[in-house]
Design a protein around this ligand. Structure first.
Ligand code: BTN
Length: 322
């Protein structure tokens, strides 16, 4: 994909975002390209999953208006002097940060309209349709290395949940270690990738995917999901939500790097979706069964198994059907 072509497609989307019909001729004049080139770019955009109706003789129109990411709106709403790169269609925001890791400063963030290779935990694919969610990755450096990041993913979940509560989603909760649920359905997920040497500082790429308005086109998600438009009964501005997440994440990470997870333990207990639930915890081939009893001061999951509290540092949790 050429950068020039991507810029043109971005400009076309900016024009179409209002949801009105625009003729190929007008778009071509505005971008200084031929009608045939406009048609070529439109075809590529539809191949990325963007639904554009082509009406012979009148022009092109988005099936539904888009709320595009806007660099200026996001940066103006930030409380910290952070570099934010707003991208159009990229492989993955986590990869974007990883590729720049040597020049990143703490808090550097990448946002994208769509990801062609978005990934979730445990090697799963993260559905990333254009303009439908927030795909965000933030860089952080932990001077004290791997041993200082215990509970990091839980703190990231708390940051996202604080924003959701502020938006008025009172049912949002956290599923250990880093899923965000609302009304028992997944609303957002967190993927943290760490790089570093034992005994030295470590770099963290913190990826967040938050469903905003996924729409019916998404059929590949295998678990019950929800999005902000369902939870709020309207679709909020992605730019303001992105800015809120960046602000909250930056400020919680600044506390976390000095105080660690103990400073957040009480918040987790308040938001814990697994608390008192009967759960199965899969670790490799084995499955442990018990009752969720919160987390310890390092963020490990506490499960009551046959009357005894056990601590777990990894695994995949599911709630047992009642
Ligand atoms: C999960 O619940 O499995 C974690 C999902 C994390 C998805 C986000 S979207 C932004 C960032 N880029 C990626 O490729 N993944 C994360």
């Amino acid at each position: 994909m050429s950068i020039k072509g991507e810029l043109k497609r971005n400009e076309i989307l900016q024009l179409l975002a209002d949801g009105k019909c625009h003729s190929g001729e007008d778009i071509g004049k505005f971008l200084n390209i031929s009608r045939a080139s406009v048609a070529k770019h439109i075809k590529m955009l539809t191949q990325f999953g963007i639904s554009i109706n082509s009406q012979a003789g009148s022009g092109y129109q988005l099936s539904t208006p888009l709320n595009l990411l806007n660099y200026k709106t996001i940066v103006e709403a930030l409380n910290f002097p952070i570099r934010v790169d707003v991208c159009n269609i990229i492989s993955s925001t986590n990869d974007y940060i990883k590729n720049k890791i040597n020049s990143c400063k703490k808090g550097m963030t990448c946002l994208a309209e769509a990801q062609t290779a978005g990934r979730g935990r445990q090697g799963k694919k993260w559905e990333s349709p254009f303009g439908a969610s927030i795909y965000l990755s933030m860089y952080w450096h932990f001077e004290a290395g791997y041993q200082s990041v215990n509970g990091l993913s839980l703190v990231v979940g708390i940051a996202v949940n604080n924003v959701l509560r502020e938006l008025g989603i009172n049912t949002s909760q956290l599923k250990w270690p880093n899923d965000i649920y609302a009304n028992d359905k997944k609303l957002a997920g967190v993927l943290i990738e760490l790089e570093g040497q034992i005994g030295a500082g470590c770099d963290a790429v913190i990826g967040i995917g938050l469903n905003v308005q996924l729409g019916a086109a998404v059929v590949d998600i295998t678990q019950p999901w929800t999005d902000l438009s369902q939870q709020l009964r309207q679709t909020p501005d992605r730019n303001l939500i992105a800015a809120k997440i960046i602000n909250e994440l930056y400020s919680l990470l600044s506390i976390f790097e000095t105080k660690g997870f103990p400073a957040f333990e009480h918040l987790w207990q308040r938001y814990d979706w697994l608390m008192e639930k009967e759960i199965n915890l899969s670790i490799g081939e084995s499955v442990e069964t018990g009752i969720g009893r919160g987390v310890d001061s390092q963020g490990a999951l506490l499960v009551e198994c046959d009357g005894k509290i056990k601590r777990f540092y990894g695994g995949d949790v599911s709630v047992r059907a009642s």
